[in-house]
Design a protein around this ligand. Sequence first.
Ligand SMILES: [Zn+2]
Length: 509
Amino acid sequence: MTEKQVQNGSSRRDFLKNSAALTALLAIEPLSGYAVMSEKTNGTASRKMNGIQIGAVSFVDEEVNKVLDYLQEQVHINTLFVTVFTYGRGLAGRQIPGQPMPDHGSQESDEKTFHGGNYAIANPAFYTRTVLKETRATEHGGFDVLAALLPEARKRGMQVFASVEDQWRQDVPGITGLRELDLYGRRANTLCLFHPDVKEFWTALVADLCSSYPVDGVLFFNERNGPFLSALGASHFQSIDSSRATCFCDHHKKASIEHGLDFERVKEGYRKLDTFVQQSFRDIRPGDGYYVAFQRLLLDYPEITAYDELFDFGKHQILKNVYTTVKSINKKLKVGFHIEHVNSFNPLFRATRSYEELAGMADFLKVVSYNNCAGERYASFIRNIGSTVFRDVPLELLMRVNNRLLDYSEKEASLDQLPMAGLSADTVFRETKRAVKGANGKCLILPGIDVNIPAGSNSRKASEQDTYEATLAAYRGGADGVILSRKYSEMYLANLRGAGRAIREGNRL
Ligand SMILES: [Zn+2]
């Protein structure tokens, strides 16, 4: 289908065509288990889930058949994680603005036309108990990515998972009252995970997708951090604004009371944490030093970390709801969760994520171990924590200590070289091994592999060999497969070739 045809997709002819496609879809069953045909050419079955993340735009730009043939035959992909719901550019749309286009697909930026939302056709009957009803992605006209993809994927023996991400835009009808409130009562761009309409939406969406289409399951993305780590900027984001930590809305207040927390003490603690961060930026050193002052604040206000745990509780309730909803529709369907990148280099965050606990409510975990873009991201994280809590420690020393805490090799690059060097493939091996051990056989571990994830102009651009080594490292670490990330529309063919070579070798491990 050409882009022009797609954009004119609301005609009666296309409606009939879509109806016919949907009728045909209902006759298709999900593939059972995860033993899928890895290669059309020789029919050898692989027990590994060799996956790739891909958005609707790639099928519109490059045609479903051509993309699937290429991925299966050249990259040895047997599982598609197709972005069905997001308003974010990380998983949907063409290459992000400001980055060069890769060597396939349209070479034109979609900066002005990108919209995001639901790339399948929602059934309104599922959304009666939430105000979030109108979420259709409009940029591809009547194109329904699942209706277009599923029959062709099935013919090739490929599994299809619907990727769903908690990323929003602010003009979605009904969204205003669902937005989080920060410490000073300002609306944030994120939605409150304790709001009944928000909770209901995620359940409705996965119920709709798993009932209306014969998908093999869902991969759920929620990269949200609680207020404690957000206030400290303990992530790879390049800016810190401790006053913007969320959420302090009435739904959170109610939840905090139910969990025995004094909401006023919580807010007081976070205001003091805000003051601590702001004074650190101004080089106002506490008498006992930055770390001791920080530690004392946590002792004086245990509500700070307790409230952060409450945020995670809300987030994990949604994950559990997604899991039980999908299983109630069909026990054979699989549910996986994306574990955010910060987990691989932030020990404070890592302490809040038990693989064994997460494995108890998932069929697979996508453990993000993006090693190339990790160079600049990890450097940002070190600079962030080195500007507040660990301000008394020289940054290079702080990173060396942190490397030891994370069980990274001594051979990783120095802080000033890190963006250009990236992290080594060895970190992918170590992160995979840790996750496999942590999950303890309760679920599959599918490391997220960095294939040309955009990085700054002074950061490393991964070669074919880099991608090959990182992908193979995951299999050597005991992975049950991989998920090439973040989206096909930003990947270069040479790097995909490298990943494909490693998948072929990894299948034999
Ligand atoms: Zn809230």
